[in-house]
Design a protein around this ligand. Sequence first.
Ligand SMILES: Nc1ncnc2c1ncn2[C@@H]1O[C@H](COP(=O)(O)OP(=O)(O)OP(=O)(O)O)[C@@H](O)[C@H]1O
Ligand SMILES: [Mg+2]
Length: 347
Amino acid sequence: MSTLELENLGKKFGAVVALEPLSLRISDGELICLLGPSGSGKSTLLRIIGGFEMPTGGKVLIDGADVARTPPEKRPTAMVFQSHALWSHMTVEGNIGFGLKLRGLKKAEIAAKVDAALRLVGLADYGKRHPAQLSGGQRQRVAIARCLVLEPKILLMDEPFASLDQHLRDRLREEVRQIQKKLGITTVFVTHGQDEALSIADRIVVMSMGRIEQVGTPAEIYTYPQTPFVAGFIGDMNMLKAVVTSGAARVGDVQLDAPVPDGEALFAVRPEDVTLTPSLNGEGVRVRRIVNYGPVLKIEAEMPDGTLWKVQTLKDVPVTEGACYHPIVSRHIVFREDRAVHRVDPV
Ligand SMILES: Nc1ncnc2c1ncn2[C@@H]1O[C@H](COP(=O)(O)OP(=O)(O)OP(=O)(O)O)[C@@H](O)[C@H]1O
Ligand SMILES: [Mg+2]
């Protein structure tokens, strides 16, 4: 039962600002994903929480107590790194039990806890093996068990499945989510995979250039991005510049509501929020490319001025390459000065 609060936490490496001072509150049992492009400060933030990096300023409060200057081994945290870093000369049991041995637990107690941890990650019969006798996925499970056995208040994971193939990654991610829920352990999970974040997080923290761009549930982040960065970073998005006059803007022959003062604005439209209806007079957009993605079609259509529209429809909607259509937009967001100022939802 633990909360994690970050207060004005910042980090500079010499002149490089890796993290602008930021604040965040993570609830008991919550799984938070830090999501952002390379260099946005995700690992730095995680390492500060784990004690592997000292912040330049700010607090790391675990259940109200500031641990910002406490060494990692004295914190109630445990971290799973991207590369598993198991000790190759030790058995799986030895690896998992090592931390408990350091804590001075008795042999029988260690054996029982190691056994429970192995069962938790689905490796009940693997205790006597050495890391070299395991697959990459199994090794990463051992790394997770090694953390869980310490019964940390906060579990930290830095791209734990990055080295695994897609299929295994999907499976392990689901398993980790199940275990995390079962134990109710407060977790911070770093990824630059948006699918990963959208599928397991209670809330996503989108980061860019050492700053938090937006914090929200996966649905909020996907449906209501608050900045153009988030809109463009998560999923496919049409980002269209247009001039607003008298409460609306035109992009080609598409009219978009925008009850904001006149002037230039940025419009974000998801491909699945666009429907194409046949154009009889050759106006609208021309379909350049149709790609089959299982049950959906991903369509690229071009306006007369060269502007591209990404459109996604169900497979049974008839669309022909080379033909012209009118795009109809059911949902869009209007940005001004890098902030969302208006949104239109489907009626
Ligand atoms: N020890 C260091 N010394 C100097 N600069 C550093 C150090 N560690 C990180 N940085 C810088 O801090 C910034 C944030 O790095 P960080 O590793 O946190 O990014 P990240 O979001 O984890 O990226 P990635 O997705 O590539 O892992 C980068 O500009 C990086 O170059
Ligand atoms: Mg990183």
